[in-house]
Design a binder for this molecule. Structure first.
Ligand SMILES: C[S@@+](CC[C@H](N)C(=O)[O-])C[C@H]1O[C@@H](n2cnc3c(N)ncnc32)[C@H](O)[C@@H]1O
Ligand SMILES: *[C@@H]1O[C@H](CO)[C@@H](O)[C@H](O)[C@H]1NC(C)=O
Length: 324
């Protein structure tokens, strides 16, 4: 009897999902024609214009100090490859049904991040290797000693940077995500045990500032842990800035409040550079606009958020200010 109910429930669930999917297909871009167009767009070279707005910055709206530091990025081969793969994967009906089913079963117990980590889904893309090198102004054979990727997720983004460093360190709160990082042979550090004065050449803090409880303490710790003079912080922030922290399966307000003002991407970048980042003792060396891409599901080919990616160096003025 129990088994029959269970099977009936699964059948109901699957058919509900299929119906839902059909609904979406009709209403939104899921029509075969739009899909085919999308695929060819991503495949062909001249798609670039279609995606231009992801990278667009209205320079006159940027503050005068930041304007010369803006770096224009473009859709490149690696980004296209990620989109193509994501699009393809979202079409695998049974994989997606399995993901959706497992998410529903697990969501009352664990956080979304951990579900993704557990299922090995929800891959993220911030920048390609070329975009990373362009940001840091390094050549393809540049070698540094130590990289620390804070809140590294499944390590997909870490992997884009790792070949440039002898040692790669990572932190992550979610246990299934930590398994992924271990599998990739990164040295896992505790969330409160990575701080080490003057130790890291590059610290990346990608899409973490709005997801952690103490963003101000984090920035101060990063500043102290960079190699003096040459150390750099690579900071990606999702704009508009909407902080919230994942605690188990709930979302909460963070303990520390990092203020970001402005209605547009440009205004928020300007405000951050002049206020929060400067206050934390960082000087902007470069900033670019990139789409933060996440693998899709059965309803979407992919998800996209708006990232501001900063290259920051500890400012010297800050030291004297603190000393006096
Ligand atoms: C939005 S994801 C970003 C993942 C990856 N860095 C990227 O850019 O795609 C944020 C990650 O930070 C982790 N996280 C949250 N608070 C953290 C903390 N205090 N220390 C380390 N990781 C944290 C979360 O588990 C989650 O995997
Ligand atoms: C991790 O290290 C082990 C042992 O040194 C090695 O066998 C394995 O291939 C490495 N894995 C990766 C992904 O580099």
């Amino acid at each position: 009897m129990k088994t029959a109910v269970f099977i009936a429930w699964i059948v109901f669930y699957v058919s509900a999902l299929l119906a839902l999917r059909r609904m979406w297909t009709g209403k939104y871009v899921r029509s075969p024609l739009a899909r085919a167009l999308f695929v060819s767009m991503v495949n062909e070279g001249d798609a670039t214009e279609q995606f231009q707005e992801w990278y667009h910055c209205c320079l006159v709206k940027l503050g005068e100090d930041v304007r010369p530091l803006f770096l224009q990025s473009y859709m490149d081969q690696d980004t296209k490859a990620f989109l193509r793969q994501s699009e393809e994967k979202s079409g695998w009906m049974f994989t997606q049904l399995y993901y959706s089913f497992m998410s529903t079963v697990l969501s009352p117990i664990v956080s979304r991040t951990s579900i993704n980590g557990f299922l090995g889904r929800g891959a993220m893309f911030v920048f390609s290797g070329d975009q990373f090198r362009q940001l840091l102004q390094i050549s393809s054979d540049w070698q540094g000693d130590r990289l620390l990727d804070l809140g590294a997720g499944d390590g997909g983004v870490t992997a884009v940077m790792d070949k440039h460093f002898k040692e790669v360190y990572a932190t992550e709160v979610s246990t299934p995500m930590r398994w992924h990082l271990q599998k990739k042979n990164y040295t896992l550090l505790e969330v409160d045990g990575w701080q080490n004065p003057g130790f890291y050449d590059v610290i990346s803090c990608l899409n973490l500032l709005d997801r952690c409880d103490e963003p101000l303490t984090l920035l101060a710790d990063i500043r102290r842990s960079l190699v003096p003079g040459t150390g750099r912080l690579l900071l990606a922030v999702v704009l508009p800035f909407q902080p919230s922290v994942e605690v188990g399966r709930k979302w909460q307000w963070p303990k520390e409040y990092l203020k970001v003002k402005g209605k547009t991407w440009e205004k928020q970048v300007t405000h951050m550079s002049k206020r929060a980042l400067q206050k934390a003792g960082f000087e902007v060396e470069a900033v670019t606009r990139l789409p933060y891409l996440c693998e899709g599901d059965m309803y979407h080919d992919y998800y996209v958020l708006d990232d501001a990616v900063f290259v920051l160096k500890p400012s010297e003025a800050h030291d004297t200010e603190l000393d006096s």
